[in-house]
Each structure stands twice: as C-alpha cells, then as structure tokens.
Design a protein around this ligand. Structure first.
Ligand code: ZN
Ligand code: ZN
Length: 423
C-alpha cells in the first residue's frame, strides 16, 4: 500500500516514468537483484510515440527533484524507462511476469470524496494521474520480488520481472521485446486490477480477443494561397485530410474477422480565406488478429498516400503505437483458475473473458507463444470508485495482496520444489 501510494503521488505518463522506474530499480537492487536497464532493456529505434527530447529532459529533472537516484535516471536518458531483472533460483524454466508503470494524461480530482486527495497521496504532477491502476501493478511486482527472495529455497528456475513503460497507447512492449525481454521465456503472466473483473473477489484467470492495433499520426503539407485571388496556386491539405478520413472509414471489411478504424482527431486550416497548407490527423486500426490489423493498416497507408496524391500535397506517416493480438493459453489459464480458488479474498473465479480492446501485454504474450511457450493474463477484481481513466478512479487496496498471492502461488506451481529439509 505504501509503494502504491508513493507511485500514485508521483504519476508519470508514457516514456517519462523516470522516477517510477528508478524507484523500482532501487528497490530491486536493495534485494540484490541485478537490473537490466537502458538500451539493454528498451531498443530505441523500436520505441513508439516518444515525447520530444526537451519534454523528456524536463521530466528527467522532475524525477530527480522528486527523489529519484540521479545515476539511475541518467541511464534512462531518451525515455528508456523499461527494465527487468532475472531472479535465478537454480536450474529450471524461465517464468516472466509483466507489470506496467505508466500513468494517464488526466487531471486528478481534488475533492474530499476522492480518497487519494483526502489522504494526501493524490497526484502532485499536473496533468498526470494513475487512473488505470498501474501504480498498484508496480507495487505488486515489487512485493512479489521481495517474497520470492525471502522464499528462494522453495524455487528452482528463473523468474524474470519485467517493468514496462508506456502501456497506455500501446507504445512500450515492442521496444522491450526487440531488446530481448521475452527471449527464452517459457511462461509469461500479466495482470490488471479491476477492468472486466469489476467486482471485488472475482478473478478472471484468462483473457481472449486482445485486439491487435496500430496508431498512426499523419501530416499533409500543401501550399497556402489567397482563396479569392489565386486559389489555383494553393495545395489544399485540409481537403486531402478530409478525403483520406472519409475513405479510411470506407475500407472494405474483411471476411476473416472483426476490424476497426477510427480517425479520432483532425486539425487543419488557419482562416476562412486562406487555402489550408497543413493538416494533421490521428487514427487507429484494430483487428481480432494481427493479420487483420495488418490488412487494415495496409489499406490505410494506401488511402493516405492516394489522398495526398489526389490533392497534390506531401505526406508523412508516423507509427505512434501498436500491439499484437492475443489469447491466453487455455491450460495455463485453467491452472491459474485452480490456484486462485484457494487464495484469500477470492470468492468467484471465471476461466476466461473476451477483452475486445487492446493491451500491450498481448505483444509479450503472443511472442512467447510463438516461441512455443505459454501465457495468460488475469484480471483481479477490486472495488472501484469509478471507471478506469476517470479523474475519480481509485481501487480497494485489499486487491493488491490478493493479486500478489495469486502470482506467487502460480510461480510456485511452475517452479516450486520441496522445501529444503530442516529449513
Ligand atoms: Zn489504461
Ligand atoms: Zn491499464
């Protein structure tokens, strides 16, 4: 609870989790765990949706001012705020667990009805708030590390604890996978507080239908001109963006399964009588499989280019985020369901649920499964004060120990050995 409240008070959004990641590193190092960080943990050329260097630098300074170790923060320059540790307990399989670190772009409620505000642990960082529960996830990861170290004689194998930045907007997993975060992993576990497990006591042991998704930012550059005197000299970026938007929403649907597309933001134009020379828009594609998302993405790129050509404007496309589809391994989910039934605070266990949204965890999990391993994603019920991503979000902290216990017992089921005699 103390860790969760500390992370909650100092929330940091994607790729700026310098303080959070440094505190996690310090905690693990105090347990004598070797931490993999910097470029060894996050491959810079695979990072998506990274803030501008000046913004990263500001957040780095803020993290130090808020108590982060400057030497650790220095190793994260450029937004390299992901890390992992390998806890080696002799021979055996490699079990990975993923915990996310980032907060949301949101102003936290400052009302007495909101417990973090009332009890003095509300966000002190303007425009950032832990409104998804990742503060709790990071705390569970650290407590799990401590319990594993205390009980080390009971295990044989390796536990890899992965702390992922930039889950919101699905921007962080790809760069960590590219750096080797799941190389050699036999089993991976991830969890979320609340979400579809909206009741306290409910555990959903597996999750299906993680949607693959790609987030694009698009810029069109045209030519301004006097709208009355010389319209023929203009190149209209606004019309290109409108042409693209309407036709993106007209992509033929695929017989292979569900897809989505949304242009959610469009900015263009300076004034009534100026041919608009610039346009910027943001869109996302989704698919129930990675292949379906790739189909949507391919069509989207073609339409964006063609609309640019049609209106004779230049075009730049940036991938701002994206993740793969995913589905929990049924056997592992069944095993986690059995384990959950015996855990304090659990009153109801569901085997699986259909997610119908995207989670960066599915990138880690699907790569592990492609390697021949197993993975599952569990949702641990907690009493929530309001929906995820709202300014009055808070959860009942009793769920933290429930989650930690389920994860510990699952690791024990996968790597446990008989207790050393006489211990
Ligand atoms: Zn979220
Ligand atoms: Zn979340």
């Amino acid at each position: 609870v103390e860790l969760r409240r500390d992370f909650h008070k100092y929330p940091e959004v994607g790729w700026t989790e310098f303080r959070t990641a440094a505190k996690v590193t310090e905690f693990l190092q105090r347990l004598d765990c070797a931490v993999v960080l910097g470029e060894a943990a996050v491959r810079p050329d695979e990072m998506m949706g990274v803030p501008a260097p000046a913004s990263l630098e500001q957040h780095q300074q803020r993290a130090i001012a808020q108590g982060a170790d400057p030497e650790i923060v220095a190793q994260m320059t450029g937004g390299l705020t992901g890390l992992w540790t390998d806890m080696k307990f002799g021979d055996g399989p490699l079990v990975a667990l993923r915990f996310d670190l980032d907060a949301n772009d949101l102003q936290e409620a400052q009302t007495d009805g909101h417990r973090p505000w009332r009890d003095g642990f509300a966000s002190v960082n303007d425009g950032a708030m832990h409104a998804c529960g990742h503060d709790g996830h990071a705390a569970v990861g650290l407590v799990l590390a401590k319990m594993l170290v205390q009980e080390r004689q009971r295990f044989s194998g390796t536990v890899r604890l992965i702390f992922q930045p930039s889950e919101e907007g699905v921007r962080g997993a790809k760069a960590m996978v590219a750096a080797g975060a799941v190389d050699g992993v036999d089993t991976i576990l991830g969890f979320h507080l609340g979400f579809q497990a909206g009741r306290p006591g409910l555990v959903i042991a597996g999750t299906e239908d993680f949607l693959a998704t790609t987030k694009l930012n698009v810029w069109y550059k045209g030519q301004p001109a006097h709208a009355g005197a010389y319209p023929e000299q203009g190149k209209n970026a606004l019309l290109a963006a409108c042409t693209a938007t309407l036709n993106l929403h007209a992509i033929a649907r695929h017989s292979g399964g569900a897809t989505r597309i949304t242009v959610g933001k469009l900015h263009s134009g300076q004034g009534r009588n100026v041919i608009p020379a610039d346009a910027y828009f943001e869109l996302e594609t989704r698919g129930v499989t990675s292949e379906l998302d790739e189909y949507m993405l391919g069509e989207a790129r073609r339409i964006i280019q063609a609309a640019g050509q049609m209106w004779d404007v230049s075009c730049r496309i940036e991938v701002a985020g994206g993740t793969k589809s995913g589905k929990s391994s049924p056997e592992l989910a069944a095993q986690v369901a059995d384990i959950s039934r015996g855990v304090t605070g659990v009153s109801e266990v569901a085997l699986t649920s259909s997610f119908g949204a995207s989670e960066d965890y599915s990138h880690f999990m699907s790569v592990v499964q492609q390697q021949g391993g197993q993975g599952t994603y569990l949702q641990v019920g907690a009493a929530l004060t309001s929906g995820h991503h709202t300014s009055t979000f808070d959860f009942d902290e009793a769920a933290l120990s429930t989650a930690a216990e389920i994860l510990l017992r699952t690791v024990w089921a996968l790597l446990g050995i008989n207790e050393t005699p006489g211990r």
